[in-house]
Ligand binder design. Structure first.
Ligand SMILES: Cc1ncc(COP(=O)(O)O)c(C=O)c1O
Length: 415
């Protein structure tokens, strides 16, 4: 692939797109296809497709072992896992959550008529700021949900201390953090429970899926009942419940993926390392790093674009990349507090969320995973460098062209 050398080469200004097929931020990783298909054949022969089948049980056992946690309850997706965990923890009234997260964190509460109270983030870690949680607590507060954003753990110790002192339940949305650690321990054992997402866009997937993990026996029993309509046995419903079950086909995708987990992480790390080296020293571009003393899955390549230094907006850079068929994403723009129904419920929430607002304006997430390699990353970084090193000419063209009015491509195009 010949590198682009002048701004006329950029697809937004008439050049040929760098890629014929779209590069996604998270294209699904798939383990050994032959083993997967063999397991699917087995499911079909056995005709046990769902309802706590043998593969789901094996998957739960293996995840619990991997995370060194007592209980793993596999569920049909991460959102359902959050909803069930929230209900099993008997959360009510208000729950403190970050606004800088995927909207499912807030919706899982609102769905049950519990009010998400948005708390600001730490501008460095992008995680909920424990020093700001306390001021969001009211007599109606029943819990806190921390989100381990980008797979980088929240300040677990501070949140656990606060939850204990204020007698609140503590749940972690660990949707991004499968395989990651906090102080040398795999994420999964912290707070009252932690919830993973195994959605296709995550580095480890079960098509759709998720899991609630906990060391609390009683909570695990309640979650198991709730995910299966409250059935404690044939014809014996003892609890209000829903259908949160994981299917056998999802479980075998998970079991097969688990066998390649280290490989997925190694590829993500290789990509991360290359991006970091290639983007080093670009003024105004802050590359989010992972602390080498912990374990990570490196599934998010995150840049912060400081427009005052780059003199080009994050959104214009996204537009340039999209025209090249590089589907960079503005995760988690514009913040949950600016989405419905929260925007209408709390129109001034942003006043208490200055860091969330600032970070949401700056973050850009780039493609990674097993679907892309060194050549693609080199081309992506070259395009970013070309745009930033010719910023005046780029801005002039943007101002004068239709390009600046082209809407950004959206979520519907994700895998
Ligand atoms: C932070 C966060 N929480 C929750 C979810 C919801 O998970 P799922 O898509 O499996 O329902 C996601 C993403 O999908 C997420 O990124």
């Amino acid at each position: 692939m010949a590198p682009k050398t002048q701004i006329g080469d950029l697809a937004l200004f008439g050049g040929k797109p760098a890629f014929d097929a779209t590069l996604h931020v998270g294209r699904p990783n798939i383990g050994d296809q032959k083993r997967l298909l063999r397991r699917i054949e087995d499911i079909l022969e056995r005709r046990w497709l769902t309802n706590n089948g043998p593969y789901v049980q094996e998957f739960e056992r293996k995840v619990a072992e991997l995370l060194r946690v007592k209980h793993c309850v596999a569920v049909c997706n991460g959102t359902m896992g959050l909803e069930i965990a929230i209900r099993a923890l008997a959360l009510t009234g208000e729950v403190v959550v970050p606004a800088f997260t995927f909207v499912a964190t807030a919706h899982a509460l609102q769905w049950q008529e519990i009010t998400p109270v948005f708390c600001d983030i730490d501008p460095i870690t992008h995680n909920i700021d424990p020093s700001k949680v306390e001021r969001m607590i009211t007599p109606r507060t029943s819990g806190i949900i921390g989100v381990h954003l980008w797979g980088r753990a929240c300040d677990v110790e501070a949140l656990e201390a606060l939850a204990k002192r204020r007698n609140l339940r503590l749940l972690f949305d660990a949707a991004h953090a499968f395989g990651c650690s906090y102080r040398g321990h795999k994420i999964g054992r912290f707070g009252d429970a932690e919830v993973f997402s195994f959605h296709a866009t995550k580095f480890f997937n079960t098509f759709e899926g998720g899991a609630v993990v906990t060391n609390n026996d009683e909570l695990a029993t309640t979650i198991r009942l709730m995910k299966n309509f409250g059935f404690a046995g044939y014809d014996n419903v003892i609890y209000v419940g829903t259908n949160g079950k994981m299917s056998e086909v999802s479980a075998v995708m998970g079991l097969t993926g688990l066998e390649s987990l280290d490989e997925f992480i190694a590829i993500n790390y290789r990509n991360y390392d290359q991006y970091r080296r290639e983007l080093e020293g670009l003024p105004g571009v802050h590359f989010l790093t992972y602390n080498e003393t912990e374990r990570y899955n490196y599934q998010y390549i995150v840049l912060e674009i400081d427009e005052a230094a780059t003199r080009i907006s994050r959104d214009h850079l996204v537009q340039i990349l999209h025209a090249e068929n590089i589907l960079a994403r503005r995760y988690f723009y514009p913040g949950c507090h600016r989405m419905e129904p929260y925007r209408s419920h709390f129109p001034h929430a942003g006043l208490l969320l200055p860091e969330t607002e600032r970070v949401a304006e700056r973050v850009l997430s780039l493609p990674t995973g097993t679907a892309i390699g060194p050549e693609e990353i080199r081309a992506i970084c070259n395009i970013i460098r070309l745009a930033l090193q010719n910023v005046e000419a780029v801005n002039m063209r943007l101002e004068s062209s239709w390009a600046s009015r082209e809407p950004l491509r959206g979520l519907a195009e994700d895998m």
